[in-house]
Design a protein around this ligand. Structure first.
Ligand SMILES: NC(=O)c1ccc[n+]([C@@H]2O[C@H](COP(=O)([O-])OP(=O)(O)OC[C@H]3O[C@@H](n4cnc5c(N)ncnc54)[C@H](O)[C@@H]3O)[C@@H](O)[C@H]2O)c1
Length: 273
């Protein structure tokens, strides 16, 4: 797949860049010499992070197609083009499927899945026209590879982000494009995701989803990494042209266990009797 081995002087846009993983990605891309635009729905943290990182801060709501289109146009006005877009903004509250309201589904799909779709729609034409090539990084999660109780709605969105990125990467490869695509599937990263409901819009108030702070869980399976470590993983994936960017290789067994169950279901058809 297409890679961008030298990021110096190139232009990146990172959504959800005011906090957590997005801020870590923005910091690492800046350290590579990129000109960085961070976009976020929270104006105060956005301006603070832009100042701290030496980035341009642009307010945007990724669940709103017009807002993401305006972000893309602003980015081109600022820097003439874009090379890297990280569709990263997301929310992560939890609830059993049976407790979810339609407002919950609309909010979480709107931000986590339509946010990425809007980013691809708005930025892919710009990256395709860029003679240097480009790269799209979509933030999914380990929950985009394995579904677990309580994270069903979140997993629906993140499986969607994985599928979108896999198909997009294959299509770009088939057409011999200079644009590549990566799906970031982080494990546990220390961020503000445990207060995601701070950004829930008032018109989607009927809620079953609730914020859960799993960082207080002393489960030894959780290895917490910093947003900057996640950002470094993204830099490596862009410069190498990797489709999958993983932060927790020790969680491979979860994917293997799912694959074993799928394999067993397929093998039932080939077994006699
Ligand atoms: N923290 C983890 O352990 C973890 C693990 C896997 C995946 N992720 C994913 O990483 C991404 C970043 O989350 P984080 O953990 O850094 O959380 P975070 O809350 O620290 O950062 C998310 C950012 O997205 C912004 N945001 C929320 N809704 C938005 C909207 N509608 N439009 C624009 N910006 C919006 C928030 O204001 C915030 O700045 C998300 O997609 C999340 O699902 C996080």
């Amino acid at each position: 797949m297409s890679a961008l081995p030298d990021l110096r002087g190139k232009v990146a846009v990172v959504t959800g860049g005011a906090s957590g993983i997005g801020k870590g990605i923005a910091r690492q891309l800046s350290a590579e010499g990129m000109q960085v635009i961070i976009a976020d729905i929270e104006p105060g943290p956005l301006q603070a992070a832009a100042g701290e990182l030496g980035a341009v801060g642009i307010e945007a709501d990724v669940s709103d197609r017009g807002s993401v289109q305006a972000l893309a146009e602003s980015a081109v006005r600022h820097f003439g083009t874009v090379h890297v877009v990280c569709n990263n903004a997301g929310v992560g509250p939890m609830a059993p499927i049976a407790d979810l309201t339609m407002d919950d589904w609309q909010w979480i799909i709107g931000v986590n899945l339509f946010g990425v779709i809007h980013g691809v729609q708005a930025f892919l034409p710009i990256l395709r026209e860029n003679p240097d090539g480009g790269h799209i990084v979509n933030t999914a999660s380990m929950a985009g590879l394995v579904a677990t109780p309580g994270l069903g709605a979140y997993s629906v969105t993140k499986f969607g982000v994985v599928a979108l990125t896999e198909a997009l990467a294959a299509e770009l490869r088939q057409e011999g494009s200079k644009v590549g695509a990566t799906v970031l599937c982080p494990g546990t990263v220390r961020t503000n995701i445990d207060t995601s409901s701070r950004n829930r819009p008032a018109h989607l108030a009927d809620r079953g989803l609730a914020d859960v702070d799993i960082s207080r869980d002393d489960n030894p399976a959780y290895r917490w990494i910093s947003p900057d470590e996640a950002g470094a993983v993204v830099v490596r994936a862009i410069t190498r042209g990797d489709l999958y960017a993983l932060t927790h290789p020790e969680w491979h067994w979860m994917v293997e266990r799912r694959n074993e169950r799928l394999n067993a279901a397929f093998h039932q058809w080939s077994e006699p009797g």
